[in-house]
Design a protein around this ligand. Structure first.
Ligand code: UD1
Length: 357
């Protein structure tokens, strides 16, 4: 059985690692890893490969940045050539980035089976590029690996036959479980004792100067009570410079490696974010999370976990923060199957498919 994995952007790496490791332990499985090169900075890509112990990619398409159309088209053109050469039995795509949908579309047209890891998540917000990527990828996929029951429900509503849906749990949590001991050993040097950890990179928060200015003003207010630690995504860094915004008082850093960032999350008083994966990681860790978005494609982090959605409402943000500072943060539980074994369950499913063995 030949499985080809496609990764491209930072959040893909933590999701692919456990599946690569689980399949690597099985006999008679050949694996090929393709990196599209959507993320290319060493601190957005290489360091994750080494910390997550992912083998070096067999192919790097080196597509880099560009408009959505150009980036997607370049991935498709480069990836089609690779698939025709390598002839995998199944291609696995991860998450909801442009690399995910581009590779799935190539495979569907070539009649190659596609598995989507992290299927079924929906924000129902069509203005998010990731929502378009999620819906299209799920429509194209043959095997849909879901992290939680809302994923199954969404797919069934969209008419996906039940036999294509496999609830396997959350692969991103597999990586967290594996590397949390290393994160706990990370030295605390240089960071404040009690802090709010912030990440921001969604176009809806950072691409408009007034919106980004308002978010940063809220962070400066928070910083009066609680130090703000803010590793800055390249997109956000570019916008801060372009809009000449003031951030001197915040503890800004470059994007951090996986283990160091996990250490910061696990010790934070609160995490303020617009990321998808971080909503899940904080739920697992039991750390309060405030999400600066109007919706989430990961509703179990709100219904079961520690996540609270505040959108761009500054009053709601400050009232949620006051609760946390007063020790009255929302308590959560860990969703079912977020147990560190999702990658193994995906490997089991693939190995059980009659036409692959
Ligand atoms: C992408 C994903 C998003 C994911 C995020 C995680 C899509 C549509 N978006 O968003 O879902 O949450 O990754 O980080 O696929 N850049 C660099 N170095 C890099 C990568 C990017 O400087 O290694 C800069 C480039 O100027 C680029 C910008 O960041 O134009 C945005 O990168 P891009 O890959 O287009 O989207 P992200 O915002 O990173």
């Amino acid at each position: 059985m030949h499985i080809l994995h496609v990764v491209g952007a930072r959040p893909n790496f933590m999701k692919a690692a456990p599946v690569l490791h689980a399949l690597g332990k099985r006999t008679a499985v050949k694996q090929t890893l393709v990196h599209t090169g959507q993320h290319y900075d060493a601190n957005m890509s290489d360091v994750f490969f080494s910390q997550l112990e992912i083998p070096a990619p067999d192919v790097n398409l080196g597509v880099g940045s560009g408009s959505h159309a150009r980036q997607t088209a370049e991935i498709m053109t480069g990836f089609e050539r690779i698939v025709l050469e390598r002839k995998p039995d199944v291609v696995l795509v991860y998450g909801d980035v442009n690399s995910t949908v581009a590779a799935a579309l190539v495979c569907a047209k070539l009649g190659i089976r596609v598995g989507h890891v992290e299927a079924g998540l929906r924000s129902f917000d069509w203005s998010m590029p990731e929502e378009i990527n999620r819906v299209v990828t799920d429509r194209l996929a043959d095997f849909l690996f879901t992290p939680s029951d809302d994923g199954d429900v969404n797919l069934k509503h969209e008419g996906v036959p039940a036999e294509k849906i496999y609830r396997v749990g959350n692969v991103m949590i597999d990586s967290l479980v594996r590397l949390l001991p290393a994160a706990r050993r990370c030295p605390k040097n240089g960071f404040p004792e009690r802090y709010a950890l912030v990440t921001l990179h969604r176009p809806s928060n950072v691409d408009n100067s007034e919106t980004l200015k308002s978010v940063l003003e809220s962070l400066l207010e928070i910083n009066e009570d609680l130090d703000v630690v803010f590793p800055v995504h390249p997109r956000t860094r570019q916008r801060i410079t372009e809009f000449a915004l003031k951030v001197e008082k915040l503890h800004l850093s470059e994007p951090l490696p996986y283990i160091e960032f996990l250490a910061l999350q696990s010790r934070a008083a609160v995490v303020i974010t617009d990321s998808g994966g971080i909503q899940e990681e904080t739920t697992y860790l039991g750390i309060p999370c405030i999400t600066l978005r109007d919706n989430t494609e990961r509703p179990v982090t709100v219904s079961l976990g520690t996540n609270v959605i505040v959108g761009q409402d500054r009053d709601k943000l400050s009232s949620e923060l006051s609760k946390i500072v007063a020790g009255k943060a929302k308590k959560g539980t860990i969703p079912p199957l977020w147990d560190g074994h999702a990658g193994e369950r995906i490997a089991d499913v693939l190995q059980s498919l009659p036409f692959l063995n």
